[in-house]
Design a protein. Structure first.
Length: 226
């Protein structure tokens, strides 16, 4: 329809600096939450989980006594944080938050080494090969998680967070445990089966807090409701 000669007032769009500041503010909590999740998993890496006897009763290959620890148990918390970030801000900001979290962690380690608070990386953290394998596996898993969530978000609401967390966790387990240093045998198959059950349980359990937070963590305009 004609506007009958009424002048339209142009809509001003946020400038580059304004968009940059907004993005930085939005990144603060996701980055802190991701760093805290990794820090928690790292701090619990030497805390063994009580032997799961019922698993060994099913099959001796499911014995977790020599590798399972509480750090491994809480590591999938990373995917929960990424799911909430993706729901609110979308894939691009979730990927940025993941990258910034890793940069902060790397910067912190370099600072600790430079300040002399830790003398040797391998003694304080892990052998370089193992650390590199872990970094590659978890980075790939985060990418899988974010892309799957963005692809599946919508109705039903649980589909995206459940499958993103599940396949993100499975991607980490497969990539990390099939590195060349591992022997491919029946024991590895048993470990992968146990880890698959762990990530399935995590993906299922995180649906409850996700549901409770849906009203508080609403998608911004332009992002479909998952």
């Amino acid at each position: 329809m004609l506007d009958r000669g009424v002048d339209r007032i142009p809509v001003s769009r946020p400038g580059v600096f304004s968009r940059f500041v907004t993005a930085v503010i939005r990144l603060i909590f996701p980055v802190i939450a991701l760093v805290a999740s990794f820090a928690l998993a790292f701090s619990l890496r030497d805390e063994p989980v009580p032997q799961l006897v019922f698993l060994t009763d099913i099959d001796p290959l499911f014995d977790t006594s020599d590798w399972m620890n509480w750090g491994y148990i809480v590591l999938p918390l990373v995917f929960f944080v990424l799911n909430l970030t993706s729901r609110r801000y979308g894939a691009a900001l979730a990927l940025t938050a993941s990258l910034l979290a890793w940069l902060l962690i790397a910067g912190g380690i370099v600072w600790l080494l430079h300040a002399g608070l830790i003398e040797d990386f391998e003694a304080s953290f892990a052998p370089y090969a193992l650390a590199g394998s872990f970094l590659g596996a978890i980075a790939f898993a985060q990418l899988v998680n974010i892309l799957l969530f963005d692809w599946l978000r919508g109705i039903p609401w649980w589909k995206a967070p459940f499958l993103a967390a599940l396949f993100g966790g499975l991607a980490f387990s497969v990539v990390f445990n099939t590195r060349p240093a591992h022997v491919w045998d029946m024991e590895l198959g048993g470990r992968l089966a146990v880890e698959a059950a762990l990530h399935f349980s995590w993906a299922l359990a995180q649906l409850l807090p996700t549901y409770l937070l849906r009203s508080a963590v609403r998608p911004l305009p332009g992002f479909g409701g998952a």
